[in-house]
Design a binder for this molecule. Sequence first.
Ligand SMILES: Cc1ncc(COP(=O)(O)O)c(C=O)c1O
Length: 396
Amino acid sequence: MEELIYVDRRNSNCNKWDGQTAMFGEEGLHAMWVADMDFKIPQCVQKALHEYVDFGAIGYYRIPDGYYDAFINWEKKHFNFEVKREWLRFAPGVVAAFNWMIQMLTKKGDAVIVMTPVYYPFLQAVTNNERKLITSDLVNENGNYTIDFDDFEKKIVDNDVKVFILCSPHNPVGRVWRKEELKEMLEICHRHHVYVISDEIHQDFVFGDKKQTPSYLMTEHWDEILTITAPSKTFNLAGGQNSFVVIADENLRAKWDDFAKRIRLMTGNAFGFVAAEAAYKGGQEWLDKVKKQIVDNDRYLRELFKEDLPQVVVTPLEATYLVWIDLRAYIKPEDTKEFIQKKCRLAVDFGDWFGGDRFDGFIRMNLATSRENVEIGVKRIIDGISEVRSRSVSCN
Ligand SMILES: Cc1ncc(COP(=O)(O)O)c(C=O)c1O
């Protein structure tokens, strides 16, 4: 029987709890940011890693066929996506992969489009590589996000965009793109010769009656699309640095192989392969438990806000374990960081990180933790706001 075991990760050299200085300028905040989990990995993965360590020879490692087969079976079973073995390549992480794809598909100064607010390494991948960042804002109607297709297409045309980085499901607004939405995005890209990099790392966290559709299944133009996904979110293996690049078109794959040759990308971390293969083969029961815990935490967070701060807008969590919260009814957007960090002592992802100061007043909280940690986070916000309000009343 698989059990979900919470781990207090403080003092374990993890980014979320022990590496806050880079983003917050201090340590010791209650951590609800970085998108990994405070849970032990599945037992089957621990066992596989133990066995490999006991074997003891950790030399250069060939990428195992079983690792690719396990992923192929997973995609077929969960998404009805028939991935062929020859389409698959390895990259040591999704972020590394989309940075390299930008280098491979564009030249300096070329325009790359994203839909904001979005996972901030998308933005950095464009600017760090000296490409031109084009953003098309999602439309926010009381916390429900949709795509402005006219704006998306106009920006592509006006800026001669070469690449679109798609986040599917979308971090941070938790949307599972419907088939029609995916189709329309992909058709617009095809009309204007735009490559699509589809980041599907959150594919396994989709809730309720929502269904995740791989982008490949929504277009026939496989010479324009590259998908990246990974076991790292699904099974809490981000430290394993492992991701799958899926390129079905032969010519596009040859481009990737040529690029990989130039950067000597040949194999990866042996522990990552061992862990990923075991997880895809035996981690289902564990994943079901994690998903249940996330759904429970999400419900609990909404109840707490509803009761004490009913005007906080919590975006529906269709997917991911990251919840997007609009605090602007209670806090001035420009005061949010000071309030959350200094008053509430919380480390969350701040709205402006996802695309600029028009997202001030929003925060992203990570639900892949214990119910107690969620409660601490939300209650600190509730108490902080009630203190600020009572102070302003007594000053009047
Ligand atoms: C959309 C998205 N892509 C990629 C990553 C990270 O990928 P990796 O750790 O494989 O580089 C994350 C992590 O939060 C993410 O949300």
